[in-house]
Design a protein around this ligand. Structure first.
Ligand SMILES: NC(=O)c1ccc[n+]([C@@H]2O[C@H](COP(=O)([O-])OP(=O)(O)OC[C@H]3O[C@@H](n4cnc5c(N)ncnc54)[C@H](O)[C@@H]3O)[C@@H](O)[C@H]2O)c1
Length: 398
């Protein structure tokens, strides 16, 4: 199958590209390399030394991989080029990773808030418009986030896969049942863009019959897959800084360099997780099982387990002997929350969940130890704050 992977140079996108190529798909990687440019702007680098796109692709072919082509294009700005690309490549599926994906970065300043909205909402809308204008029947597989459901209390209710069945009371006392999109509750500008994506998909699916699978993904941890482990030039990126580093990978990296694990607030925040190998597998499953014509947007909860942040810190400390430090929370969020999630769809399609076990945690610590000398410790603290209240609390501790 011909597959376009938008954002294919990123943390989730790169292992996905090689996995799809290995599975026999004809893969075209599309990226504007904005993530690499943001690293330059922030003055940080991936902990792992990532090769240039051309070196990655050459190494992939030299190690026996099926060729992947690269197209440099900004999907949020270059509408005509995107449309021409769809017309010339005629893909059967487009995997859409191409968004600014860090909540802290999206809250850093008015500039980054506006950039995140412009980039993410325009990019998704351009893709939908271009598919309609091309007249092609293309299945979109989009990477959304579990964060669209919000991290407040769900009062013990299980979060369904995208749709909630509600009973609507009528004036005559009767009730009818309806399946609606689960209410959204974004906790950052970044998460807000993902909730807007959901509405865009809903509308274009209803109006134009565009087939969409929206993967509400948990926080991805781990670094490499068997394929990116094949050659040092294929190594995946590893973000550890306060804006782009995600909680579990940060803990593992902090443990590797002897930095106390940074638990913000009570640590009672519960989040959903998935290992990078499972993330890649889920995208492949979604491509292989497209919605049929006329089917409403499919939503899968792409996560394998939920944990409280403080429990994760304790687990990493037990495996590595690291210290834990409790810091003010830069985010405006519930001090703790529950998160019970239905994730049966992907499991029924064949996902065999990789769960948090000591061997895999140690594997990431080993990767981090290997590149510890590349770490800039001054970039570890989280400095982007949600409002001036959190900024003041953070400042008081410095
Ligand atoms: N990493 C996670 O833990 C996680 C969790 C849940 C959801 N997701 C979602 O998965 C997707 C990929 O995340 P990631 O961690 O790989 O992020 P990433 O930043 O590493 O990768 C995103 C890629 O998209 C590219 N890109 C961004 N805007 C673009 C544009 N306008 N045109 C072309 N390319 C563009 C970037 O250069 C980058 O290579 C995102 O949409 C993110 O919201 C990620």
């Amino acid at each position: 199958m011909k597959v376009l992977v938008l954002g294919g140079d990123g943390f989730c996108g790169w292992p996905c590209c090689v996995n799809l190529a290995e599975a026999g798909h004809d893969v075209v990687m599309v990226d504007n390399l904005s993530r690499r440019k943001i690293d330059v702007d922030l003055g940080v680098e991936s902990l792992t030394p990532i090769a240039t796109v051309s070196d990655r692709l050459r190494a992939w072919e030299e190690t026996g991989g099926r060729a992947i082509r690269f197209v440099g294009l900004d999907i949020a700005q270059d509408y005509q080029l995107l449309l021409e690309l769809l017309r010339s490549e005629r893909p059967e599926a487009v995997v859409h990773f191409a968004e600014q994906r860090a909540a802290p970065y999206s809250m850093k300043s008015s500039t980054t808030k506006r950039y995140t909205v412009d980039n993410n909402v325009n990019g998704t809308h351009n893709l939908l418009c271009a598919i309609v204008e091309s007249g092609l029947d293309i299945h979109i597989v989009h990477l959304g986030t579990m964060g669209v459901y919000g991290y407040g209390s769900h009062r013990g209710a299980t979060i369904p896969e995208g749709y909630l069945t509600v009973e609507v009371p009528q004036a005559d006392g009767s009730r009818f049942r309806e399946k609606i999109l689960h209410p959204t509750d974004p906790g950052s500008v970044y998460h807000m863009t993902k909730t807007l994506d959901q509405l865009l998909f809903y509308y274009y699916n209803k109006n134009d019959g565009i087939r969409v699978t929206d993967l509400h993904q948990g926080i991805v941890w781990g670094t490499n897959t068997d394929l990116t482990d094949r050659d040092p030039r294929l190594v995946n990126r590893f973000d550890y800084d306060g804006d782009y580093g995600t909680v579990l990978n940060r803990f593992l990296m902090q443990a590797a360099i002897g930095y106390p694990l940074t638990v913000h607030g009570t640590g009672g925040q519960t989040r959903a997780f998935i290992h990078i190998r499972d993330s890649v597998k889920c995208v492949e499953l979604a491509i292989d099982h497209p919605p049929s014509s006329g089917e409403k947007v499919r939503i899968y909860n792409q996560m394998t387990e939920s944990h409280k942040v403080k429990d994760l810190a304790e687990k990493v400390a037990a495996v590595t002997g690291a210290q834990v430090s409790h810091l003010p929370n830069p985010r405006k969020e519930a001090i703790e929350n529950d998160l019970i999630v239905d994730n049966r769809c992907l499991i029924e399609l064949g996902l065999k969940p990789t769960t948090l076990e000591d061997g895999l945690l140690s594997e990431v610590v080993d990767v981090a130890r290997r590149w510890a000398d590349r770490c800039d410790r001054s970039r570890i603290p989280c400095v982007s704050t949600w409002t001036t209240t959190q900024a003041a609390a953070l400042k008081a501790t410095v």
